[in-house]
Design a protein around this ligand. Structure first.
Ligand SMILES: C[S@@+](CC[C@H](N)C(=O)[O-])C[C@H]1O[C@@H](n2cnc3c(N)ncnc32)[C@H](O)[C@@H]1O
Length: 337
């Protein structure tokens, strides 16, 4: 049986998602923030209790599932994405107090200077780099959820100060006059802490986070799996590590991160082999999906970007005989067997 649904665009209020409406916004390639009301109107027609967001990115989809009262696991291979997810999706109610914030803003506790010495004259002025080292010197000693909140806020502040939010450029070439580009990171951090504190709530479910290659996930135990793999067709440079390497390093103080010293941006190497940025990974990826019973696949219809996903779906359908759910941007096609 195939059910066709007309696209129904709603807003956050209609969908009763007031928390997701004010989710701390990270400028993230492929973020579904804008279409959350639309996605949730689809999801509310599907019976499920638990869900895996297998490519969580900014975390906004997993967060909206949490607000819908579902038990959610958010996964992404990027460490900074899982830091954010732990702060606001897994975290059942811990926030940063005024005292915690004072501590985080106080002078560098142990004199560490990795960021200021490594990224001198790149990205931010010296005071900002000093500030990042200093916050880290305090964040490290905080209990887990507080630490993850502090580090999420640090990443959000850094992303907001960087032109386009990406770290493929090291100067203000793309300065579009936005106020954030010229504010001290300290000020952006204080604002981000407020936003993340505000995002914390308990939905009464044991939500979780994974920081894993999608190919290594045990598919059992989820009623629904939401897949939003990267868009990149072959030869596209839309590589998440390349764009967000600074946030990735910042979320772990560059521990276990190999910086490519000869690059202008001091980017880091990806440790993951199965980057879903290329058509040749379609087959192994789909083979992994075959184990999941209900799959909600987000698809774009922009032809170049769609190519990889279309291959992906066709292969899936051939192997499994059906796709339990196919979701396209416009029109929505929901196929239910
Ligand atoms: C299109 S984005 C997801 C956007 C997300 N739905 C949002 O609203 O922010 C795709 C994500 O897949 C992640 N990714 C790419 N290859 C992966 C892999 N092999 N395993 C896990 N995550 C992967 C990227 O880090 C990126 O965050």
């Amino acid at each position: 049986m195939a059910i066709m649904l007309e696209p129904k665009f709603t807003n956050f209020e209609e969908q009763k998602l007031p928390r997701t409406a004010v989710y701390p916004r990270l400028r993230y390639m492929g973020s579904k923030y804008k279409i959350i009301p639309y996605l949730s109107s689809i999801l509310s027609n599907i019976p499920f209790e638990s869900a895996l967001d297998a490519f969580a990115g900014s975390g906004v989809v997993a967060y909206s599932l949490k607000e819908m009262g579902k038990q959610v696991v958010a996964n992404d291979f990027l460490h900074f994405s899982s830091t954010i997810a732990r702060a606001v999706i897994e975290n059942p109610g811990v926030i940063l107090s005024g005292e915690d914030l004072q501590l985080l803003l106080s002078p560098n506790k142990d004199g560490r200077n990795f960021i200021q010495s490594t990224f001198e004259n790149l990205y931010f002025p010296l005071e900002d780099h000093q500030f990042l080292d200093s916050v880290w010197s305090h964040a490290e000693g905080l209990p887990m959820y507080k630490r993850e909140l502090a580090l999420s806020a640090l990443c959000l502040a850094a992303a907001r100060k960087q032109p386009r939010g990406v770290f493929t450029i090291t100067d203000l070439r793309y300065d579009d006059g936005r106020r954030n580009l010229h504010l001290p990171l300290r000020e952006l951090f204080v604002q981000a802490v407020k936003e993340y504190n505000n995002a914390v709530f308990d939905n009464g479910k044991a939500n979780g986070v994974m920081c894993a290659d999608v190919f290594s996930i045990d598919p059992s135990g989820f009623d629904l799996v939401y897949f939003d793999p990267p868009y990149a067709p072959p030869k596209d440079d839309a590589d998440y590590i390349k764009r967000y390497h600074f946030l990735e390093g910042l979320s772990r103080y560059w521990r276990d991160v190999k910086i490519m010293e000869n690059t202008k941006t001091k980017k880091s190497r990806s440790g993951i082999h199965h980057l879903l940025t290329n058509g040749r990974y379609v087959r192994p990826c789909v083979n992994c999906l075959l184990d999941f019973s209900t799959v909600l696949l987000f698809c774009h219809i922009v032809p170049t970007r769609f190519r990889v996903r279309k291959k992906f779906m066709n292969y899936y359908v051939r192997q499994k005989g059906m796709l339990r759910f196919i979701l396209c941007r416009i029109p929505i096609r929901l196929v239910h067997m």
